[in-house]
Design a binder for this molecule. Structure first.
Ligand SMILES: Cc1cc2nc3c(=O)[nH]c(=O)nc-3n(C[C@H](O)[C@H](O)[C@H](O)COP(=O)(O)OP(=O)(O)OC[C@H]3O[C@@H](n4cnc5c(N)ncnc54)[C@H](O)[C@@H]3O)c2cc1C
Length: 442
């Protein structure tokens, strides 16, 4: 009998498996696809390194410790990646990164800036849960929502701020209001508004991290898990490649797959998880001549500007070795929760739209598209009332000792969130394994 069977080899599953394998437990990871990594996929095409999923990882101290444990050196993003642009009325404006720059920036009108100055005096909401849009309009005003927060939410969640819950999607911001009564006061006290860390990737792209992790655990690819049952305190797992019994199971598959696998354990949780909405994303990779884009991380497109592109990353400017010396590699995002139908467009229509808008925004001609990826279910949306799913997951684990859930639909959508969660999840699994005596499991 295996100690721990992990379903899924995305960053969530692999990092939990890594911790537990290191502790000496017998761990087996089953992955349905040929390549491990889930959303983290890097493609080498000619002389380009294309990230089909995440481009950058915001590595705080915990993530950096994790990378040391795994034994992989990160690549740090270039200095120029600190410059991020927002498109407004025909031009790219750098996102202000200091109070002085904010008040001198043309990004917001004088009225909008004055509204921001009044933020410390806005009372907390009496509502139990607000959408990000409601929260930001109340505290910082409509323009701040449209030109700063909404593009940022688009960049992280490909989400719609009218639907996402401030409490669950941007908990840190929610807690600033709860603790300090004001975001500005809180940010001054904590000396930071956003999460701290360094933007990183790896030589040859983010899949290098997956390769490193996969080589340190026992992993079977192309071995989809089909059924999980609990009998006499033991888990019976049927996979394409055969049957297994395990003392504990960690399901790190996305909510839809988890829903399918939970149907014999809890019908009601299975039904609810199936309702979790994942926004679709189309990712285009394009090549342009060196010198045709400004230095920086890339730009975000406010939805109020009426274009289809959500944002563009200047990938070759972020990390070295992503494109030949005389070329720039761009990664273009379309779709998301505010424009989901884009996922069904023909390739040619997507290229034509992207080309037209790149010309309007950057004035570039001669864009060469080299890849197109469709993520039908890209990023889970922590919408209003999302706490229900977190409660269901917690209760399910209580009622089924030895069963654990993890993944980006539970503990945060960034790669860093998944890595941080792996410490807590593996501690829970270890606690359970230690509490069940070996004599019960010969
Ligand atoms: C286009 C895109 C861009 C992104 N950009 C960023 C970014 O720049 N920075 C950032 O931090 N985050 C980014 N993210 C988010 C981040 O990549 C994901 O949240 C994270 O990688 C999810 O990891 P996970 O392990 O929880 O899930 P997944 O990566 O979805 O992994 C789940 C795994 O389970 C497997 N599986 C499913 N069902 C079964 C089954 N029945 N049996 C066996 N295996 C199964 C799947 O094949 C998959 O490999 C991006 C995501 C996308 C899609």
């Amino acid at each position: 009998m295996i100690d721990v069977l992990v379903v899924g080899s995305g960053i969530s599953g692999l990092s939990v498996a890594f911790h537990l394998t290191k502790k000496g437990y017998d761990v087996l990871v089953l992955e349905k696809e040929e390549l491990p990594g889930g959303n983290i996929q890097t493609l080498k095409k000619n002389s380009y390194i294309l990230e089909l999923g995440p481009q950058t990882i915001l590595a705080d101290q915990k993530v950096q410790e994790f990378l040391k444990e795994v034994g992989i050196e990160p690549q740090y993003a270039s200095e120029s990646s600190k410059i991020r642009y927002i498109y407004k009325k025909g031009r790219l404006t750098p996102l202000p990164i200091s109070p002085i720059k904010f008040f001198t920036s043309p990004l917001l009108s004088l009225g909008a800036k004055l509204k921001v100055l009044k933020e410390p005096f806005v009372s907390p909401s009496v509502k139990t849960e607000e959408s990000i849009a409601e929260f930001v309009k109340r505290r910082l005003g409509r323009e701040f929502l449209d030109y700063i927060v909404a593009p940022f939410i688009s960049g992280v969640y490909a989400g719609n701020p009218e639907e996402l819950s401030v409490k669950y999607a941007v908990r840190r911001v929610y807690e600033l209001e709860q603790r300090f009564g004001s975001l500005i006061k809180g940010a001054i006290k904590l000396k930071a508004l956003g999460p701290a860390g360094k933007l990183i990737s790896f030589e040859n792209g983010n899949h290098s991290l997956i390769k490193h992790l996969a080589s340190r655990v026992r992993l079977e690819r192309e071995n989809v898990v089909l059924r999980i049952r609990r009998k006499d305190g033991v888990y019976h797992v049927d996979a394409k490649g055969g049957k297994h019994t395990a003392r504990s199971v960690v399901i790190s598959a996305p909510a839809t797959s988890a829903s399918y696998l939970l149907r014999e354990i809890s019908w009601s949780v299975s039904e609810e998880f199936d309702k979790i909405y994942y926004a679709p994303i189309v990712v285009l990779h394009a090549v342009v001549k060196k010198g045709s884009i400004p230095p920086g991380f890339g730009f975000l497109m406010p939805r109020v500007e009426g274009k289809r592109i959500l944002g563009v990353l200047f990938s070759s400017q972020l990390f070295p070795g992503r494109a030949p010396e005389d070329r720039e590699l761009l990664t273009i995002y379309m779709g998301g929760a505010t424009d989901p139908e884009v996922i069904d467009y023909e390739d040619e229509a997507l290229y034509a739209t992207a080309e037209k808008e790149l010309k309007e925004v950057l004035g570039i001609q001669g864009v060469e598209f080299i890849n197109l990826t469709r993520w039908k279910r890209a990023i889970p949306q922590y919408t209003l009332g999302y706490g229900k799913y977190l409660d269901l997951a917690r209760d399910l684990e209580k009622e089924n000792p030895g069963l654990f859930l993890t993944g980006n639909y539970l503990y945060g959508v960034s790669v860093a969130d998944c890595i941080r969660a792996s410490y807590e999840v593996s501690k829970k699994v270890e606690g359970y394994l230690n509490s069940t005596t070996a004599k019960h499991f010969p």
